[in-house]
Design a protein around this ligand. Sequence first.
Ligand code: URA
Length: 424
Amino acid sequence: MNIVDIINKKRLNKELTPEEITFFVDGYVQETINDYQMSSLLMAICINGMSYEETSNLTEVMLHSGDTIDLSMLKGIKVDKHSTGGVGDKTTMILLPLVAACGVIAPKMSGRGLGFTGGTIDKLESIPGFKTNLTNEEFINQVEKIGCSVVSQTGNLVPADKKIYALRDVTGTVESIPLIASSIMSKKLASGADKIVIDLKVGNGALMKNLEDARTLATTMVEIGKRHNKEVVCLLTDMNQPLGNAIGNALEVKESIDVLDGKGPKDIRNLVIVLATIMVSLGLNISTEEANKLVLEKLSNKEGLKKFREMVAMQGGDIDAIKVSDKVVSIKSKKTGFVKSINTDMLGEIVRKLGGGRYNKEDNIDSSVGIVLSIKQGDYILEDEEILKVYINEKDIKVEEILECFEIDNTSGGVLPLVYELIK
Ligand code: URA
């Protein structure tokens, strides 16, 4: 077998065998296949796609390229949640303690942010003292004791994805449904949960820009799950505006606490309720009606918040010490009209420029900076009314650049839905 034949086969849009897939993944990890050959093959996959069979086989080989996590010592159904990433997406921090308060077992490995969306680990680390690098034993003990824990992904989980993703990032081959599906699913399957809920973001602040592509990706991931005997549920949700009002690490933790305290913006609260209902229904094997009742109860009696405090304390964090910058600038609208659209990516980029995100893996993050929106898409705003507050520290802002993120018009354009559909 040789790599040139495999590249040619994919270029001619033929289906690759499991042996050929194993050959190129293992060869790339072991460096017998080099970057230019792999780039060429990835581009052929990008253009010609892969069948379910090929995508499932690719996932399988990637999943076994490194360590896999064994959670079998935890009794009960383990439910994992994954988000494909979006600006202001703080759902994991709220969901995990909330579903754990309902009795679901929710161990979670999360990533750091690279790019404009930010990662859950960075957000949680804005809580002074919060440890995300627990040992396996500490992680399992905590989940046994309180039902939930969030830790950073271990070094050797799916190394094939790390290597292939880094190459995709610089060769224009990120946007391929089989490559995205196998990348996400290999990591989810390696993390050891029994059931997986995926919040698949769609819109101008997401990787999937339209519903049709999002549906195809969701169906592919559900199918991979079936072939690996894992139940996968995908919820297609909107990312044409930030989720909630807060963008920025410490600000997002504070907003998460607000939601668990029965307050907070409507959109994030509602999305958390939908996702938690799905997770509780899967984790406890009960109907969605029963699950929804339980979730609402744990929100209103603040048991979700109590669980969050417990999780933070067990991981060494001090909620009362969370700090946001006290240098706050209010940005006002120059126009009267409806907020027709919000450039979500750009707002995420602005927070990154303020120091709230990374450009390189080694960069330090300033947790205290960010943005809090005062309006959402579809709202009516008056000239001189506040659009948002910016929390700054050392880096300055360009007001014009911020205002350009908002299209304000005489016609409303309607209000965007929060959830599009569920695929399972
Ligand atoms: N997220 C992933 O983990 N992988 C991709 O390929 C895209 C998004």
